[in-house]
Design a protein around this ligand. Structure first.
Ligand SMILES: Cc1cc2nc3c(=O)[nH]c(=O)nc-3n(C[C@H](O)[C@H](O)[C@H](O)COP(=O)(O)O)c2cc1C
Length: 188
């Protein structure tokens, strides 16, 4: 089982989403002895933003990197993404990764009946952390919903969200939110 583990928080060891994504990966590797993990730390190894040159394949180095990122995504049986909420959305480093995996003909294609995902045979976990409380389907949430839409669009329908929210609303709430998210992970 190939696990692709991605982190994007800028806060290193103090990050809640990193703590959750690591807990998910630890749980998966404990349960599946054949699991191998590839790790992308987008905060320390940033993927350059898309440019026209990159998109048109005119930058050989970036074209090779793009191919590698897409293949890594296609090959994974499980994707675990640590996704902090920054300004209602995702860290821009994670958006840069999304821009590289969302490629027509590779991870989705347009058909007469609309778009069809090509990367479907996998499960995705979103390790979500946010300072405030939004719950499900908040109109101010462009973080979880965005990532879920990208997974669904590329064919990945099996998406599970492990969420710690309200983590900036006092130490007690933060502790509770993390404990409850970790308990969810233990039950995976
Ligand atoms: C730049 C920045 C922007 C943030 N924007 C929001 C926000 O829009 N809504 C929110 O509830 N929390 C916001 N927060 C709080 C984070 O979501 C919270 O600290 C979360 O734990 C971040 O994940 P991390 O601990 O993995 O870094 C923001 C934090 C930072 C650093």
């Amino acid at each position: 089982m190939k696990v692709l583990h991605i982190d994007s928080s800028i806060f290193g060891d103090a990050s809640v989403s990193r703590q959750l994504s690591q807990a998910i990966v630890t749980q998966l590797t404990a349960k599946h002895s054949d699991a191998s993990v590839e790790y992308l730390d987008l905060a320390t190894q940033m993927i350059p933003h898309l440019t026209a040159e990159i998109l048109m394949g005119q930058d050989a180095e970036q074209a090779a990197l793009g191919e590698k990122i897409i293949q890594q995504y296609l090959d994974a049986d499980v994707v675990v993404v640590g996704a902090a909420m920054y300004n209602f959305g995702l860290p821009s480093t994670l958006k840069a990764w999304i821009d590289r995996i969302s490629v027509a003909g590779k991870t989705f294609q347009y058909t007469e009946n609309g778009p069809v995902g090509l990367a479907g045979d996998k499960k995705a976990y979103i390790a979500s952390s946010r300072g405030g409380v939004y719950g499900e389907n908040s109109p101010a949430d462009f973080q979880e919903g965005f990532l879920q839409t990208v997974f669904n669009f590329t064919g990945v329908k099996d998406v599970e969200i492990i969420r710690a929210e309200g983590v900036n609303m006092g130490p007690e709430l933060k502790e509770q939110a993390i404990a409850s998210a970790l308990a969810q992970v233990q039950a995976l």
